[in-house]
Design a protein around this ligand. Structure first.
Ligand code: K7E
Ligand code: CUA
Ligand code: CA
Length: 614
């Protein structure tokens, strides 16, 4: 049974009823007709369709993080079809990422990562379609993906931190900075010069790192006592924000849960710039570190929020930051227009809080529809909760009695099961359009064919165009995405290229040939379906070989593989792309170099001999 029929049970019954007469007279109604009618029916009732017919394209590009797979995935929304995997911190044989010299230079020997938060570059509060940024919580790096090639072009190491988690780009006027948080507090510096701090958790710190988005270098780090979990920026280019769940500086779970309150931290960018100008920083491992600890500077504002908050998200109108409670069943709504007053000491930090609606057990993340409603993922309850921000603020003003009525809650949808992040279409921009919502559920249990004890995640697609949330599709995801963004197609598509700019690569090969300099051999080779530019290359055992290959096929989608038998070398080059690999010819014999990517009727004949003589 298709999803559409399944989730429109009312429609289905209506159709069955209508079909009853026909069925009684012995006429079978084909399933297709039923589906078409369901479809028409749902449209008549004002539902948008999530069907993307063969040959049709999705309305949105979804960019998913891949968690411990270390990658980023491109998923079409609303079809939920996986279109591409972009290797980031992981080795990937399908492209040769981690195998070619170009990618090795970026990865520098570390072939695993843990990607959580992928976000696009911005201009005036919406995506500009140029870059994606993604964190590596494992090895503490930030990678940039250029959207035209959907490929990583820069990776920056973040020193002095561990558990690099929340990441968010500047939204206004454009992305010049990207901020990234350290979730784990550590001694700073964390090396032999500071060994006396190793056993003294009170001397562990968190750092809010600011990265130059164009140069992919570190601008500075702000040192705080707290840990920092998720990150957000405002829509005015004035602040970045984070949640902290370990203000206790605990090193055990019970210590981290000791206090009833933790913080939302706000970083004042104007004051950070001033500190940099005045030289109010120290250098630690080559990075400018500004002291943002309580009592040491006025750069950081600390707003108390209930026990161990998790997500922080800013509403598309730029007015509110919403911290999702995790251990507390509430969301905390902070009015961003009051932040300046709090920084100036005219009001107390807690006076920036304008509502604290009760949402459910285990609120983790919040997203928006651009119509004043928030949608919060609730982990323990396994729900997506739609609530109205203004109604929550009004109820707060009116007092406890009014709050108890919970009239701000508009709808509660059961999901399957245990949701982490939640994201609506364009929700992290001022152009939030309130059409689709994805619930990234950590458990799928009974929702798919049982493929063993370790199961897929379940990314559920939900129609939020109406008043009620309507579940329309279950989509298994290879573990484990954490977060995603859903970007309108017209923002991305015009920037995506069909072929590489050949001479962007300084080693692009225009003519095939072999050059020897003692033991160093450079093989330059073109590839043109179905032949390589060379038929045979002779090497001596122990030669240090660099193979550079350029794909000269300009036809869209025509990629070649380059694999060397028994040499563990395997990569793919797209139209007009150049890649290189360096290896030692340590095995003697005849080795076929062959194309691994089906490119031509004579693809199997596309090979050449490496003869390694003793
Ligand atoms: Cu909630 Cu890393 Cu954004 Cu996982 S984080 S869910
Ligand atoms: Cu070239 Cu297959
Ligand atoms: Ca805590």
């Amino acid at each position: 049974m298709s999803d559409k029929v399944k989730f429109n049970r009312r429609n289905f019954l209506q159709i069955l009823g209508a079909a009853g007469i026909a069925a009684g007279s012995g006429v079978l109604i084909p399933k297709e007709t039923l589906l078409a009618r369901t479809e028409k029916d749902s449209r008549r009732r004002g539902h948008q369709s999530n069907e993307v017919k063969p040959g049709e394209l999705d309305d949105y590009y979804g960019f998913w993080s891949g968690g411990h797979s270390g990658e980023v995935r491109v998923i079409g929304v609303p079809s939920m079809r996986e279109i591409k995997r972009i290797p980031v911190f992981n080795m990937d044989v399908a492209t040769g990422w981690g195998i070619t010299n170009e990618s090795k230079k970026l990865l520098r020997g570390r072939y695993t990562g843990d990607t959580h938060h992928v976000h696009g570059s911005y201009k005036n509060g919406t995506y500009d379609g140029r870059y994606l940024f993604v964190n590596d919580k494992l090895n503490n790096r930030v990678a940039r993906i250029r959207i035209d090639y959907m490929e990583v072009d820069a990776i920056v190491d973040i020193p002095n931190v561990q558990g690099l988690h929340g990441l968010f780009p500047q939204r206004y006027p454009k992305t010049e900075w990207v901020v990234a948080n350290s979730e784990f507090q550590v001694p700073v510096p964390n090396d032999e010069t500071n060994a006396s701090a190793f056993t003294k958790p009170k001397q562990y710190y968190g750092l809010h790192t600011i990265i130059d988005a164009e140069r992919m270098s570190i601008v500075c780090q702000v040192l705080v006592d707290e840990n920092m979990d998720l990150a957000a920026t405002d829509y005015k280019g004035k602040y970045s924000m984070t949640t902290s769940y370990n203000t206790e500086k605990g090193v055990t779970i019970s210590e981290m849960l000791a206090s009833d309150y933790d913080y939302m931290l706000v970083f004042h960018w104007g004051r950070i710039k001033e500190a940099l100008r005045k030289g109010n920083y120290t250098r630690i491992n080559g990075v400018k570190v500004i002291d943002g600890r309580k009592g040491h500077s006025d750069i950081v504002l600390r707003i108390p929020v209930p026990k161990n908050p998790h997500g922080i998200n800013v509403s598309p109108d730029g007015k509110y930051a919403i911290c999702s409670g995790k251990v507390s069943p509430t969301c905390t709504v902070v009015d961003l227009d009051l932040i300046d007053l709090a920084f100036e000491g005219k009001i107390k930090p807690e006076e920036c809080i304008v509502a604290q609606p009760e949402i459910g057990l285990g609120p983790l993340h919040t997203t928006f529809d651009g119509r004043g409603n928030a949608y919060t993922s609730v982990f323990i309850d396994s729900t997506n909760v739609k609530w109205n921000i203004q109604k929550a603020i009004e109820a707060e003003k009116k007092g406890e009695e009014e709050k108890k009525k919970k009239e701000y809650i508009i709808d509660v949808l059961d999901i399957h099961y245990q949701v982490g992040h939640i994201m609506a279409s364009m929700a992290e921009t001022k152009e939030a359009d309130g059409k689709w919502l994805v619930s990234l559920n950590k458990f799928s249990k009974d929702r798919f064919l049982n493929a063993g004890p370790v199961k897929a995640e379940n990314d559920q697609l939900i129609d939020i165009s109406g008043k009620k949330l309507r579940l329309v599709h279950d989509s298994p995801a290879y573990m484990e995405p954490h977060d995603c963004i859903i970007v309108r197609r017209d923002i991305v598509e015009p920037n995506v290229k069909d072929r590489y700019d050949m001479f962007e690569h300084p080693l692009a090969v225009t003519e095939s040939g072999v050059k020897r300099n003692g033991k160093n051999v450079i093989i330059r080779m073109t590839s043109n379906a179905p032949v390589y530019g060379l038929q045979e290359v002779r090497l001596k055992k122990g030669d240090r070989v660099t193979l550079i290959v350029t794909n000269h096929d300009e036809i869209s989608d025509l990629s070649h593989g380059v694999a060397i038998s028994n040499y563990n070398i395997n990569f793919v080059i797209g139209p007009f792309q150049t890649k290189s690999v360096t290896f030692t010819a340590d095995k003697v014999g005849v080795f076929w170099v062959y194309c691994t990517n089906f490119c031509h009727a004579l693809h199997l004949e596309m090979r050449m001999r490496l003869i390694v003589e003793p």
